[in-house]
Design a protein around this ligand. Structure first.
Ligand code: ADP
Length: 742
């Protein structure tokens, strides 16, 4: 600069130079450490520190001297520092960041005001390292201590998110960073920052909650729809998820016990695990109140709540929320979540999510019950179906058979396989397949009941007739869901019904015959009555003629009259026989039972036939006939004996002997009449007791008869509760034995 003029050194066009000079004058020509800045071409700048002194004589500067020091480097550092400090302050203020410094050697801790605010502390509060740790929840505290210890050892910086419990019990989130610094090789202090991340955490937890909520919905819906898990399991999942949404592990679900009408803890997590089985009354404590009101209830601090249950230990839970579990039947339980510190952090969205979860729990409970009911009734159906003696099958709407009961499987021989084969038409008789399939298809198309008979192959290969009856099944909503049907083996029945048909035809014929027979009996009775009166009149008039009441008759006339009389006699006998038969056949006929000595009746019958027997030179021998009193109808029994003795005489040759014996046998009195007559062939033995049956034999031409006698005998004996049997051989004679109950 030597040789340059003052104006060259400090050009007046530079405002800075003028400023310098003005400052120099203002400082009364004693300026020190005045900084100037020079910009050179290309934007390069330099800083100078100027000190100047002048000699002034009579108001004019005559000489200036001074120093100029290039301070560019120093100036830039200072400026940078200032800039950084301002920026840091700005950043700290803007970001709500707190600062701390900890002298490890003296254990002195410095907290910035912002940091104290972040921990809910008053500004004048002094904080020690121990105070700091005490404010962290236990698990976060352990984590923090570990990280700090590591950093102290290695000098590595650390970053962590942790919670802080404020003195008022509320919970807050902090992002903390720290680093240890060494001096002469030794860690002497740690410096760190803290950032409140409540907002981020809130967003994060909301997201997590929503995820958890969706996940719970999903899992629960799956659990419930699959029905794989017990409802306590589903409830536990819901409780855990609800806890996650709400930020706690401690919760329980009370369910109403229908028997005791109390709430019983069915599921418990965290603190409440051991409370399973605990009961509470209506209106009692938190759950009891939720039950009473049917509304959610939040207790901000259970510790100081005046309705708290005194039996519950103190110092465990603070904020508690109870949610009712509701179905159409009302409140069926209460879900409760508890926090170990005061938590005011419930927004409406979170409460809504919790209430939806509670609803879900209720739904899953109801579904679980429905499912259990369904399972139970299905089990009941299967047990019933399997024990039923009919074959039961079920088919779906797709026409596929889905179930066959035990009887069906045993019939077709699929019991070993345990289920019916899809293609079971294979067992239907080839001739019946078309009919069977048509019925089945038509029924499915119209969703109507059906009934079809077809032959089905049994396990042993035999085709049996089956009656298959199907009924359409509909869901409660009225949707067609398939058929339920029963197959009955009607093979034997079908056979039997054929027999029954034949039988009923026979019965019909028999009924007709009986009717005819009755008509004939009625006719006979009527006719006999009508015949007897005129026949008896004829007899009387012939008697009058024979006895000359109409004047004397010639021998010829007498002979003719005698023939007429005899014919009339026979006619009357036949009429009387017919009348007797009609009387016995009549439903109104009754025996006149009295105690009588049978020996006396036998003798009377023998006496009556004395002349007849004598005429044929025959003899009636009574053997072992003793006095025996039994209940009988005397007249009818005598008729029986007379008839038997008369037959014995009629169908025996003269000079023969008829033997009557009597004996007691097995509570019966047996009377036997034995002759040595013509006998009866084996084939005729039964017929002789039928009405109007006369069997030709060697003597039948010589004797008269109507073929009614033995009919009466059999009938009268039967009416006495006895029976008659005949022992006979042709030409050897016959023995008729009647048995009468004693
Ligand atoms: P009837 O003697 O009027 O013909 P019954 O009813 O008394 O009618 O007898 C039926 C038939 O049984 C007789 O026609 C006869 O052929 C046979 N019968 C009855 N009793 C005897 C007997 N004691 N010995 C052989 N045949 C007999």
């Amino acid at each position: 600069m030597i040789g340059l003029s003052f104006g060259d050194v400090l050009p007046a066009k530079d405002a800075q130079n003028n400023a310098l000079l003005r400052a120099f004058i203002a400082a009364k020509y004693r300026l020190s450490d005045y900084t100037t800045r020079q910009v050179y071409g290309k934007g390069k700048e330099r800083y100078y520190r100027n000190s100047m002194t002048a000699i002034v004589e009579e108001g004019s500067v005559v000489q200036i001297w001074g120093t100029c020091q290039d301070i560019t480097d120093q100036q830039q550092t200072a400026e940078a520092l200032l800039y950084n400090k301002e920026r840091l302050d700005l950043a700290l203020r803007g970001s709500h960041m707190g600062l701390w410094e900890w002298n490890v050697l003296t254990n002195q801790l410095f907290w910035s005001p912002q940091l104290k605010k972040m921990y809910g502390l008053k500004q004048n509060k002094r904080v020690t390292y121990e105070d700091y740790l005490a404010m962290l929840p236990a698990d976060d505290r352990a984590r923090t201590q570990k990280l700090i210890a590591k950093s102290l050892k290695t000098g590595q910086p650390y970053t962590m998110e942790h919670r802080v419990i404020w003195p008022d019990g509320t919970e807050h989130w902090i992002l903390g960073q720290g680093k240890a610094y060494k001096e002469s090789g030794q860690i002497v202090r740690m410096v760190g920052t803290a950032l409140s991340i409540d907002r981020q955490k809130n967003i994060e937890t909301t997201l997590q909650r929503q995820n958890a909520y969706l996940e719970t919905l999903h899992i629960t819906a799956l659990d419930v729809s699959l029905g794989l898990k017990k409802h306590t399991h589903v409830l536990k999942t819901i409780l855990e998820r609800a806890g996650k949404i709400n930020g706690t592990h401690d919760g329980y679900i009370y369910l109403k016990d229908p028997q005791t009408q109390k709430l019983v803890v069915r599921v418990g997590t965290g603190l409440f695990k051991e409370y399973v089985g605990h009961t509470i009354n209506f209106g009692e404590g938190l759950a009891g109140r939720v039950w009473e009101t049917g509304q959610p209830l939040t207790v901000p601090d259970y510790e100081t709540w005046d309705k708290r249950q005194s039996s519950f230990p103190k110092g465990l839970v603070r904020t508690v929320i109870g949610m009712p579990l509701r179905t159409d039947e009302g409140v069926i339980g209460v879900m409760t979540l508890a926090h170990r510190y005061v938590n005011n952090d419930f927004d409406s969205e979170q409460m809504a999510a919790l209430s939806r979860l509670a609803d879900l729990a209720s739904v899953s409970l109801r579904n679980a019950r429905v499912l259990e009911d369904v399972k139970e009734s299905e089990q009941r159906f299967r047990t019933m179906a399997d024990t039923a003696p009919v074959m039961i099958w079920l088919s779906g709407a797709d026409r596929q058979v889905t179930y066959c009961n035990k009887s069906w499987l045993e019939f077709t021989g699929q019991a070993a396989a345990g289920k019916c084969s899809a293609e079971w038409t294979g067992n239907v008789h080839p001739d019946d397949v078309a009919k069977y399939q048509k019925t089945y298809e038509t029924a499915f198309d119209s969703q109507q009941s059906f009934s079809v008979e077809y032959r089905l192959r049994r396990h042993d290969g035999e085709y049996r007739w089956i009656l298959d009856v199907g009924r359409p099944r509909f869901s409660p909503e009225g949707k067609f869901v398939g058929y339920i049907g029963s197959g009955t083996d009607i093979h034997d029945l079908k056979r039997a019904s054929e027999l029954i048909l034949a039988n009923s035809q026979l019965k019909n014929q028999r009924r007709q015959l009986i009717a005819l027979n009755k008509a004939k009996d009625d006719f006979v009775a009527l006719a006999s009555h009508q015949l007897r009166t005129p026949a008896t009149a004829v007899k009387q008039y012939i008697s009058l003629l024979i006895n000359d009441y109409a004047g004397p008759v010639t021998p010829d006339q007498l002979q003719y009259l005698q023939i007429a009389y005899n014919s009339n006699e026979r006619q009357l006998k036949i009429i009387n026989d017919l009348l007797k038969t009609a009387q016995l056949d009549s439903s109104r006929f009754a025996l006149d039972m009295e105690p009588h000595d049978i020996a006396r009746i036998i003798t009377a019958a023998v006496d009556e036939l004395e002349i007849t027997v004598e005429l044929k030179n025959q003899r009636i021998v009574l053997r072992d006939i003793s006095s025996e009193t039994i209940e009988i109808d005397e007249t009818e029994m005598k008729l029986v004996l007379v008839n038997l003795l008369e037959n014995a005489s009629k169908y025996s040759y003269p000079h023969s002997e008829i033997v009557v014996t009597m004996q007691k046998q097995d509570g019966f009195l047996e009377i036997a009449i034995r002759d040595k007559g013509v006998g009866i062939s084996r084939e005729n033995k039964q017929r002789i007791f039928d009405k109007f049956t006369r069997i030709d034999n060697d003597l039948s031409d010589t004797v008269s008869g109507s073929g009614l006698g033995l009919y009466w005998v059999k009938r009268i004996v039967a009416m006495h509760g006895g029976n008659i049997k005949v022992n006979s051989a042709l030409s050897k004679g016959s023995t008729f034995t009647i048995r009468l109950p004693l």
